[in-house]
Design a protein around this ligand. Structure first.
Ligand code: NI
Ligand code: MN
Length: 225
């Protein structure tokens, strides 16, 4: 069984067997985070891109827990240069880890660090764990290849940004849910900052209107897959 916990913004924790996997652990500085950075543990940290609200506490957690960072080449190199073990990948590539398989997809966005240094291309990520498929879209605008991602992968849970301004807003994210056709869609990347204020209940209701399943997770809430 897989446990999926929403840590607010785009941060999720996946627990499967003895493995703890974090995605985009932006905790310190996130007023909505239900956890403290120094209390979370990770064997692996998957990063979609280098923006501060996604790499977040990855360096601190990675050093403390001796985690392996999984990211596109340029971003993985950054963590390697800081003394954290990283596995370099890139968009379109997949690799099997002890907990399951990871595949990076395209995302339409940017990915520089706070000094403006290029950190590779932004990505979304597919996680294949114990027969289930989780898709984390990262930060992205809507793109029609989501239809292909959905056709080639029977997605169990799609994690989609809805906060607008930097990513898809609600109406585009509903279209993404239609393209991806997952068993369940969960909204993310909303309400952390005023500029990405969005109503997750409105998203959930609109997805349901097109005959698909969606659920808002509370901050810190866990579901089992
Ligand atoms: Ni971003
Ligand atoms: Mn973001």
């Amino acid at each position: 069984m897989i446990k999926l916990t929403y840590l607010a913004h785009s941060a999720f924790r996946i627990e499967f067997e003895k493995y703890k996997i974090l995605i985009d652990p932006f905790i310190t500085g996130n007023p909505l985070s239900p956890v403290r950075a120094d209390e979370v543990e990770a064997d692996y940290i998957v990063l979609t891109h280098a923006h501060g609200d996604h790499i977040g506490d990855a360096l601190e957690i990675g050093k403390r827990c001796k985690s392996t960072i999984i990211a596109v080449n340029e971003l993985a190199n950054y963590f390697n240069s800081k003394g954290v073990n990283a596995h370099n990948m890139h968009i379109g590539g997949s690799h099997s880890f002890p907990f399951g398989k990871v595949k990076f997809t395209i995302a339409h966005h940017g990915s520089s660090d706070s000094d403006g240094n290029y950190m590779g291309e932004p990505a979304g990520v597919l996680l294949f764990i114990n027969g289930k498929i989780i898709y984390h879209a990262g930060d992205t605008g809507l793109f029609t290849d989501m239809k292909l991602i959905g056709e080639m992968n029977k997605i169990d849970v799609a994690l989609l940004p809805i906060g607008d301004n930097f990513t898809m807003g609600i109406s585009d994210a509903v279209k993404a849910a239609e393209y991806l056709n997952p068993r369940l869609t969960i909204p993310m990347h909303y309400n952390t900052f005023p500029v990405i204020a969005a109503n997750p209940d409105e998203f959930v209701e609109t997805v349901k209107k097109i005959g698909k399943s969606a659920k808002k997770l509370n901050f810190g809430e866990t579901i089992e897959l």
